[in-house]
Ligand binder design. Structure first.
Ligand SMILES: Cc1cc2nc3c(=O)[nH]c(=O)nc-3n(C[C@H](O)[C@H](O)[C@H](O)COP(=O)(O)OP(=O)(O)OC[C@H]3O[C@@H](n4cnc5c(N)ncnc54)[C@H](O)[C@@H]3O)c2cc1C
Length: 394
């Protein structure tokens, strides 16, 4: 593994920096700073996606022929790092990171031609309809039923924890089309227009008072068979393919390093930090550094065409635990100041007087929201199970 930065990468970083300096408005950056979740405010995130799309940079990881950039693994990592440094809000991942790559891998030409440009330009806002009450980690037990009726399926059932279903106009969903054989072999992957009659969306209010996730109900919802990705009863293969994009390729290190730097800056400015807290911060910083090196190893393996394998599970566990720890340290450092609860003042575009500095108002909602990151994308217990089997052979 070569740790020296080649000159062409330095030039590329400069190009990205100068684009970001020119195109990120204060309104967009402020929404980035105030984002207390992995999901930014939808209106601002889509505005930012529009700017990136016009530059041709909305989907760096897609093949060039479908509107991607054709960048190398290193260039994509540089771009991701610079976005974090510039305080850009994260883009909504369901279309660009999940459904898009899945359509590229499994969609028909007609499906690719129709959906991919609309994912890129933001006309379609996607949500992910996998989990159900009672079917989360054990996803293959899902029960939402799709019964064949001529050229359509009739869908009945419910999905839960569907992020931003109340903003989405499309859902990619796993439904049951057969109860025969293994549970995995009776599942089909469907694209569902959220404006179809029979769909009801109930937002769920989170600990941080933000309605991010929803429960979605399907009551005799008619979905054309041409909206199926892959074969009937072969949705599990499509879902597993998509999971590689959901879990793989996430780099936690750069974001954590920026958070740690902010924590240290604040600690320095306050000057009254206990030895115990200093110790915890040093411990956390050391682990962030070792995670970054592991991620560099993965990047190096990806550049030479290898698969990260169970390392992706390891970085998911470490990355999310460190996200939780840094959010805890921030609350601990701010003490009583972190208790000022004013979620309306940190909404994107809010014009409400703040009763504490912005970083204090952001600290507690971020801490509460970070409880979820060891659950979604495959819980950390499930990732530990993968490591136990794939690495330790248990
Ligand atoms: C913020 C957030 C956003 C989400 N967004 C979406 C979305 O957009 N679309 C979507 O479809 N889903 C979404 N989910 C759902 C998410 O995928 C599930 O919550 C997750 O898969 C866990 O499933 P569960 O909640 O049913 O918990 P369960 O599977 O019931 O697990 C409960 C507990 O038991 C543990 N456990 C379960 N099985 C095992 C095992 N085999 N070994 C060891 N421990 C085990 C789990 O780790 C967990 O601690 C989201 C969840 C959250 C929190």
């Amino acid at each position: 593994m070569d740790l020296k930065t080649p000159p062409e990468e330095i030039l590329f970083r400069d190009e990205v920096r100068s684009f970001l300096a020119d195109s990120l408005t204060e309104e967009i950056c402020s929404a980035g700073r105030r984002t207390t979740s992995v999901f930014a405010d939808p209106a601002i995130a889509m505005q930012w996606q529009g700017i990136l799309h016009r530059k041709g940079w909305a989907a760096p990881h897609w093949p060039k022929e479908y509107g991607g950039t054709g960048w190398s693994v290193s260039q994509r990592a540089i771009f991701a790092e610079e976005l974090i440094h510039a305080e850009a809000p994260p883009l909504i991942p369901m279309g660009l990171q999940m459904c898009g790559p899945c359509l590229i891998g499994y969609g028909t030409q007609e499906q690719k031609d129709y959906y991919l440009p609309r994912i890129l330009n933001g006309e379609h806002f996607w949500c992910q309809g996998y989990s159900e009450p009672g079917s989360g980690s054990d996803l293959a037990s899902l029960k939402t039923m799709a019964v064949s009726d001529g050229d359509d399926y009739i869908v009945n059932g419910t999905k839960i924890w569907t992020t931003y279903a109340h903003h989405a106009n499309y859902m990619f969903a796993l439904v049951r089309t057969s109860k025969e054989g293994k549970p995995q072999s009776g599942i089909t992957f469907l694209l569902i227009d959220m404006n179809t009659p029979g769909i009801k969306v109930d937002p769920i209010i989170g600990l941080d008072e933000i309605p991010e996730q929803c429960q979605v109900f399907f009551d005799d919802v008619r979905v054309p068979k041409k909206n199926r990705i892959g074969d009937e009863n072969d949705g599990w293969s499509v879902a597993k393919y998509l999971l590689m994009f959901e879990r793989g390729g996430i780099e936690y290190g750069p974001g954590l390093r920026v958070r740690m730097a902010r924590l240290k800056q604040l600690a320095e400015a306050r000057g009254d930090v206990s030895d115990i807290l200093r110790h915890k911060m040093a411990d956390c910083e050391t682990e962030i550094l070792s995670l970054e090196f592991t991620e560099k190893r993965i990047k190096s393996a990806l550049s030479s065409g290898q698969n990260p394998g169970a390392l992706a599970s390891m970085t998911k566990i470490l990355g999310t635990e460190l996200q939780q720890r840094t959010s805890e340290l921030m609350v601990e450092l701010l003490g009583i100041e972190a208790l000022v609860w004013q979620p309306d003042a940190i909404e994107a575009g809010a014009n409400v007087p703040m009763y504490a500095p912005e970083h204090s108002l952001v600290a507690m909602p971020s801490y509460l929201n970070a409880r979820a990151c060891s659950i979604y994308g495959g819980s950390n217990e499930i990732q530990r199970g993968i490591i136990a089997k794939a690495v330790l052979g248990l």
